[in-house]
Design a protein around this ligand. Structure first.
Ligand code: COA
Length: 258
């Protein structure tokens, strides 16, 4: 791994995009490394939660690498967009919760990667945008699709067509991020959330992620049916027995992931 840093503490994997001199722009190699790390984490029993952040004080991810983009043609552009989408889908479908700790610019592919995470926490210097229009292209990693689902059609149109940036507080107002913190408090806030998730029942967490991902893309009856089946799965776990028993015995549950 040459463009990302990985560290695991107390079942929390922190994946840091590490190209600070390029504001952590996503070149192909970086996308490959992110994909590999997310895939590996799925079956790694020492990891329960994933945090994605950017190196340095200024940027989360400033988008796709424009020097690579500049070399694209229709064939390589299609491959690049499809590969980027595969990486974003891999993050969104992770069976372990993924939290974006957005520590600065989240532009283009950076905004798209943040949107594929399950929760987004931003520091107050973060800036969001889909500026691709200014380069004569459009978003290719889900920016015209996930943004609509998160903030609605009118606002997604404005961000994509105008290509401007919004700050962290505006992103919070329109539901693009879950919380805004000071720069100093960003990682501790996200780590606190991650710690809570490490103590939760893993099968139930996965069932929530699957149910919300599935339900966001289908009819209400179909989504409810999916939810009922996922609920049934959780009812078959040791952790469900432990969680209910612990409540009745007025003690903290000790979940084991089975
Ligand atoms: N791809 C490749 N390199 C990038 C990059 C990107 N998306 N974003 C920034 N960089 C590089 C710059 O080229 C510069 O490299 P250099 O020092 O070798 O010249 C370095 O990162 C620092 O960026 P700089 O533009 O000098 O910083 P700034 O503070 O003046 O501006 C931004 C910050 C984010 C506003 C500006 O870099 C920017 O607009 N980046 C592109 C955003 C974008 O269009 N993303 C979508 C891409 S599809």
């Amino acid at each position: 791994m040459s463009n990302i840093l990985l560290s695991t503490t107390n079942k929390i994997l922190t994946l840091t995009i590490n190209r600070p001199d390029k504001l952590n722009a996503l070149n192909h190699q970086t996308l490959v490394e992110i994909n590999q790390a997310i895939s590996n984490a799925q079956t790694d029993k020492t990891i329960a939660v994933i945090i994605i952040t950017g190196s340095g004080q200024k940027s989360f991810i400033a988008g796709a690498d424009i020097s690579e983009l500049a070399q694209s043609n229709a064939v390589t552009g299609m491959f690049f967009a499809e590969y980027g989408q595969k990486v974003m889908n891999n993050i969104e479908q992770s069976c372990k919760p993924v939290i974006a700790a957005i520590n600065g610019f989240a532009l283009g592919g950076g905004c798209e990667l943040a949107m594929s995470c399950h929760m987004r926490i931003a520091s107050d210097n973060a800036m969001f945008g889909q500026p691709e229009i200014k380069l004569g292209v459009i978003p290719g990693f889900g920016g015209t699709q996930r943004l609509v689902r998160l903030i609605g059609k009118g606002r997604a149109m404005e961000m994509n067509l105008m290509g401007g940036m919004i700050d962290a507080n505006r992103a919070y107002e329109i539901g693009l991020v879950n919380k805004v913190t000071s720069q100093d408090e960003l990682l501790t806030t996200v780590e606190k959330m991650a710690k809570q998730l490490t103590l939760s029942a893993p099968v139930a967490l996965q069932c929530i992620i699957d149910s919300i991902n599935h339900g966001a893309e289908c009819s209400l009856p179909e989504g409810l049916q999916f939810e009922a089946k996922a609920f049934a799965v959780t009812c078959s776990t040791h952790d469900m027995k432990e969680g209910t028993k612990a409540f009745l015995e007025k003690r903290k549950a000790n979940f084991i992931g089975e």
